[in-house]
Design a protein around this ligand. Structure first.
Ligand code: FE2
Length: 415
């Protein structure tokens, strides 16, 4: 038996001891109240403990490709990045993609992530990236739950045979059906691609996550197709609309009508604050839009929203570092969600909300009888954690410490 003493738990007063027996949480009790002897003890000294971070949207097969094969993007637009990627990806081999993915995975694990949903580009007749990521998924399973999306970066139909490659990827073992309707040639083909994605999700009993309306075009409304299909097929909360940037440009009457439909359909939303504000607004002068979906209104309507990173240095976005709390900081600012209560709930976006998006419902919560998987932040409470973008000092997965760090040490200061 091992005990982690003096933990601050989210939304609870006082400090607690977390007792761990092998890979399970044996008990969580107010500090000092369980008269047992532990073989090992760690004093967390009042630091905040929460469930492991969930990265609900990233492209691990693109890590560090911002300059592959040569120059970066100039315009900062989504569509130039897709064209550039189309020219670049043929040079990448399985080992190369694996090394890139590992770079991202290591960065994320170091920052307290234990669950990742990654989109994998399948618009490639050889499905090289998928083969690489299937190997990675198996190799990292003791440290990380990795969910793979069959993502047709260049479309179901804009890329000839894209629909067949998505289906082939599902047969090979991809966990989630992807899509990109706003990239298809026409609205009709975009709608057809959403319908096809749901058909595949039902046929192969898979989750679904579609890049949706990642544009400032207020006429891009594929999110309504996703909501309708989720509702009528019964896929419901197993479906996710990623980005929905256009929602920030919709007129209020339409957006208001759709909120109750989204809730009824049960779909999840993922917003990627840093990347969305970088890629969107590129065709605007001033005033300039920032492409952040209506996170506050979706939350208010009772929809599940998670925040995610999207990229670590690729043609779409040059920065990114695997530290999810940066996305919370940006998301709260750009989403105008800065009341103390909203900040205190901010970690939900990268923990429990992300877990819902990935459909990890059983065993994720930190409670007695569940797997002992949690992280320790170098902060005394939620508000301080977000204000300071607190470091993750410890990451415990199934009872094993997989990341251990020392607190930041100040060697010299003037006062
Ligand atoms: Fe993405």
């Amino acid at each position: 038996m091992k005990v982690y003493r003096n933990a601050k738990l989210r939304h609870q007063k006082g400090l607690f001891d977390i007792w761990v027996d092998k890979e399970l949480v044996y008990e969580i009790v107010p500090a000092g109240q369980l008269p047992l002897t532990a073989e090992e003890e760690t004093d967390l000294m009042g630091r905040l403990v929460c469930e492991p971070y969930v990265e609900s949207h990233i492209h691990l097969d693109y890590i560090d490709t911002a300059n592959v094969p040569a120059e970066g993007t100039g315009s900062g637009t989504l569509f130039e990045a897709i064209d550039k990627w189309s020219d670049s990806k043929s040079v990448l081999k399985i080992q190369d993609i694996k090394e890139r993915a590992y770079k991202g995975i290591k960065a994320e694990i170091r920052n307290g992530v234990q669950y990742i949903r990654t989109h994998v580009d399948v618009t490639d007749p050889n499905l090289t990236a998928l083969k690489a990521m299937l190997e990675v998924k198996e190799e990292v399973k003791d440290y990380l739950y990795l969910q793979l999306i069959a993502f047709p970066q260049e479309g179901y139909y804009a890329y000839k045979g894209g629909d067949e490659l998505v289906e082939e990827a599902l047969k090979m073992g991809a966990d989630v059906v992807g899509g990109i309707p706003h990239f298809e040639f026409t609205r009709e083909l975009g709608e057809k691609s959403v319908k096809k994605a749901f058909e595949l999700a039902v046929k192969y009993d898979r989750l679904l996550d579609i890049h949706c309306d990642e544009t400032d075009d207020s006429e891009s409304r594929f999110v309504e197709n996703i909501a309708a299909e989720a509702y009528y097929t019964g896929v419901g909360s197993r479906a996710t609309a990623s980005h929905t940037c256009a929602m920030s440009s919709y007129n209020n009457a339409y957006a208001f009508k759709m909120m109750s439909k989204f809730k009824k359909a049960g779909i999840n939303f993922v917003s990627c604050p840093t990347e969305n504000c970088y890629l969107q607004g590129r065709y605007d002068g001033y005033p300039k839009r920032r492409g952040i979906t209506r996170i506050d209104q979706l939350v208010e309507a009772g929809c599940n929203v998670s925040l995610a990173q999207d990229s670590i240095s690729d043609p779409w976005y040059p920065l990114g570092n695997g530290n999810m709390i940066h996305q919370v900081d940006f998301g709260l600012h750009l989403g105008h969600m800065m009341s103390v209560e909203q900040i205190q709930n901010g970690l939900d976006f990268i923990t429990i909300n992300g877990a819902k998006t990935l459909s990890i419902e059983d065993g994720y919560d930190l409670k007695k009888g569940n797997k002992a998987s949690f992280i320790v932040l170098d902060a005394p409470d939620e508000l301080s954690a977000i204000r300071e973008r607190a470091h993750v000092l410890l990451s415990v997965r199934n009872g094993k410490e997989i990341i251990v760090k020392k607190p930041e040490e100040i060697v010299k200061e003037p006062f």
